[in-house]
Design a binder for this molecule. Structure first.
Ligand code: HEC
Length: 109
């Protein structure tokens, strides 16, 4: 049996690879353009006041929220319906797209 820490590191590395590199952000951009842009923008900056910005958000967080909307664990009038149209691959791709947008912030004085 392998050293438990090394085994854990391998599992983490495999997890990171499956979430970070399997997704196709270019395909996700098409999803964003077709389905999300009117509210969240293709650039991930919200275009309507009640929608959150998605630019630069953690990819795992985005995927979890989309899955939660689809399963009903998280509810919202619009997002609950929109999430039904996304399979796991589309969720991962569109999340990869939004998470890879670089943002900068300027905090108030
Ligand atoms: C009609 C407008 C609209 C469209 C189109 C839309 N969204 Fe949303 N989205 C919202 C609103 C409003 C919320 C805030 C939900 C809430 O208050 O719980 C939201 C929330 C989210 C969240 C949760 C963000 C967070 O910070 O927790 C994610 C992720 C998300 N949307 C992704 C998407 C994706 C991906 C698409 C395209 C496939 C999309 N949305 C299309 C309006 C929209």
């Amino acid at each position: 049996m392998k050293h438990p820490v090394a085994a854990a590191a391998l599992i983490l590395a495999a997890f990171a690879a499956s979430t970070a590199f399997a997704a196709d952000p270019a395909a996700g951009k098409k999803v964003a353009q077709g389905t999300c842009a009117v509210c969240h923008g293709v650039d991930g900056i919200a275009k309507v006041p009640d929608a959150p910005h998605l630019a630069g958000e953690n990819v795992g967080y985005l995927v979890r929220q989309l899955k939660a909307f689809k399963s009903g664990e998280r509810k919202h009038e619009q997002m609950s319906i929109i999430a039904q149209s996304l399979d796991d691959t589309a969720m991962e791709n569109v999340s990869a797209w939004y998470s890879q947008i670089k943002i900068s912030v300027q905090v108030p004085e």
